[in-house]
Design a protein around this ligand. Sequence first.
Ligand SMILES: Cc1cc2nc3c(=O)[nH]c(=O)nc-3n(C[C@H](O)[C@H](O)[C@H](O)COP(=O)(O)OP(=O)(O)OC[C@H]3O[C@@H](n4cnc5c(N)ncnc54)[C@H](O)[C@@H]3O)c2cc1C
Length: 437
Amino acid sequence: MVQARPRVIIIGAGFGGLSAAKALADAAVDITLIDQRNHHLFQPLLYQVATASLSPADIAAPIRSVVWDQKNLTVVLGKVSGVDTEAKTVSGDNGVRSGALPYDYLIIATGARHAYFGNDHWETFAPGLKTIEDATAIRHRLLMAFEQAEMAIDAAETERLLSIVIIGGGPTGVELAGSIAELARAALARDFRRIDPRKAKVILVEAGARLLATFPEDLSAAALKSLQRLGVEVRLNARVSDCNAQGVKIGDDFVGAGTILWAAGVQASPAASWLKVEADRAGRVKVAADYSIPGHPDVFVVGDTAALTDARGVVVPGVGPAAKQAGKYAARVIMARLHGEVAPAAFVYRNYGNLATIGRRAAVVDFNWIKLRGPLAWWLWGGAHIFFLIDFRNRVAVAINWLWSFLTYKRGARLITGPTITQPREADTERKGMSQE
Ligand SMILES: Cc1cc2nc3c(=O)[nH]c(=O)nc-3n(C[C@H](O)[C@H](O)[C@H](O)COP(=O)(O)OP(=O)(O)OC[C@H]3O[C@@H](n4cnc5c(N)ncnc54)[C@H](O)[C@@H]3O)c2cc1C
């Protein structure tokens, strides 16, 4: 009788899940890779889709096309909603029918979403950035605010519409602020007749004492200076206490805003509740040193959904390289078990550096052994991001788009998709009334 091959289910085709799948490419296992979306997404460049520099397809690739040549792998489009660790099955909708998918090994890499610290109702007014849909919805809001300002009758309303508040001074907040300031001051500058987009106010609010808290202090200061040079108003030690359709309350100060964006916190996917295991405050599963979960050595949780302090005492951060390293490591643990070999040495996170960009000319880069800022850092940031994009088509598309906007200051993806409902100007209403007569 032919011995059945071990079944490995990987949930999530983000950085962690894909790297685990690729590391098992030569293993004698049957892999099922499940994702609720049909594409792998390069989240570090999402802010460029949100600010009309890149198109969605530039930073995403169909999962099937990424792994088409991996013969031991099947892709399933479906949303997982439960795991039975006793029966060893995964359940969910679409392609994942209840109890239909059994596993011998399970790797969960379902990532995280933004968190509103108990104020979930703010999401309507201050959307966060995690998916392609989030990015195109933000692009819609941002561009619509300029269109509505062009149509507004009242000067105060025009000013409100041209005010953009970004909450959270981490890399995403800093990158959004810089890019929006450049959108207003350069790309949109000459395209309107009644408003001057250069007068748009971009306000970045951070509760802590400095921007980019995970970077060295001098790079935080450099980022602050670069943003101020672009005309961004940065409010440090400032806490948002309320959000509504009209604006944001920052401490006791109400700031009217046409666009409010959330870049302030993350919450892990609900894997901990599927597995009924302990999680930290951000919902991340507290995993063992080999990324397995307590009591279930055949179940691994990696990437943004996992909480781990590595063998050297370093808290593994929620970043792309950490998710990739964890995915690869879990695959090595599985392979060692399959071959009856000694388990790999305890996981150690390799931090190759932190990068953040501020507009199209400045960035800050911390490689641990060297710190860079300014244009050189920007070129390094750009090169690294092109290199890490998932496929060749993405790399070419992003490089061409960047070159084009670098030379022309234009943003090729300035499309408002979805319904566009604007308030008519007084003069337009009068004209319409006349023509109806
Ligand atoms: C705006 C933004 C900017 C960022 N910038 C950087 C940066 O500059 N540098 C950096 O290193 N990191 C950055 N990060 C963080 C980095 O993207 C994450 O740390 C990394 O993506 C985590 O990888 P992951 O595999 O854990 O999760 P993800 O890459 O998020 O993948 C999770 C996958 O699981 C799927 N999934 C989720 N739930 C289910 C379910 N129930 N059923 C089926 N599938 C499911 C999702 O569709 C997704 O494909 C950024 C993140 C964001 C949001």
